[in-house]
Design a protein around this ligand. Structure first.
Ligand code: GAR
Length: 197
């Protein structure tokens, strides 16, 4: 099946780029219906523009509450015809109302082997802890922070002289392949949403 995607972003958008590239190369059967960024300056928005994909900047700062912001996100995604929601570096916690609107249809990528190092500084924390292996995780999103059933993981070794930047680069490369792989498997029916396995 062709996946109708809504992609939520907050930053650079390299994971979005990997998805756009795979769609353009016809190695992923999907369409990005809309990219929504909560950060006005996010480079991800420029990437969407270059790929001629609709994008919207919707700053959470313009909304009185988390609920009001998420309600707007729901509207934007539904109006665009997004059926599957991809969190590609989206740094906001989503409300139960959002999760209800897209129940079992929200995928996230995280730069660690969850359940280790959830949150916003996973790479820095892995280095500080001294783990020898970290990696990345694609998972279904539930109401927690970086929690929910794991779909795919890829291990990335930590090298002796690694910095946050060098380790981050290797993790990001692994993320790009892993996210596209997860979406491809979803479109091919070899992974199923939680509760439908
Ligand atoms: C990615 O490493 C993603 O795993 C991480 O943000 C980065 C976004 O990069 N997400 C989280 O940490 C979620 N807790 P990108 O904008 O270049 O795709």
């Amino acid at each position: 099946m062709t996946l109708e995607l809504g992609v939520l972003v907050s930053g650079n958008g390299s994971n979005l780029q990997a998805i756009l590239d795979a769609i353009a190369a016809r190695t992923l059967d999907a369409r990005v219906r809309v990219v929504v960024s909560n950060q006005p300056g996010a480079f991800a928005v420029e990437r969407a523009r270059q790929a001629s994909v609709p994008s919207v900047v919707c700053s959470h700062k313009d909304y009185a509450s988390r609920q009001a912001f998420d309600q707007r996100l729901i509207e934007l995604l539904q109006e665009a015809g997004a059926e599957w929601i991809v969190l590609a570096g989206f740094m906001r916690i989503l409300t139960p109302e959002f999760m209800q609107a897209f129940k079992g249809r929200v995928l996230n990528i995280h730069p660690a082997l969850l359940p280790a190092f959830p949150g916003t500084h996973a790479i820095r924390q892995a280095l500080a802890y001294g783990v020898k292996i970290t990696g990345c995780t694609v998972h279904w999103v539930d109401s927690g922070v970086d929690s929910g059933p794991i779909v795919l993981q890829e291990a990335v070794p930590v090298l002796d002289n690694d910095t946050e930047e060098s380790l981050g680069e290797r993790i990001h490369r692994a993320e790009h392949a892993l996210f596209v792989d997860a979406l491809r498997k979803l479109s091919q029916g070899s992974i199923a949403p939680p509760g439908q396995a």
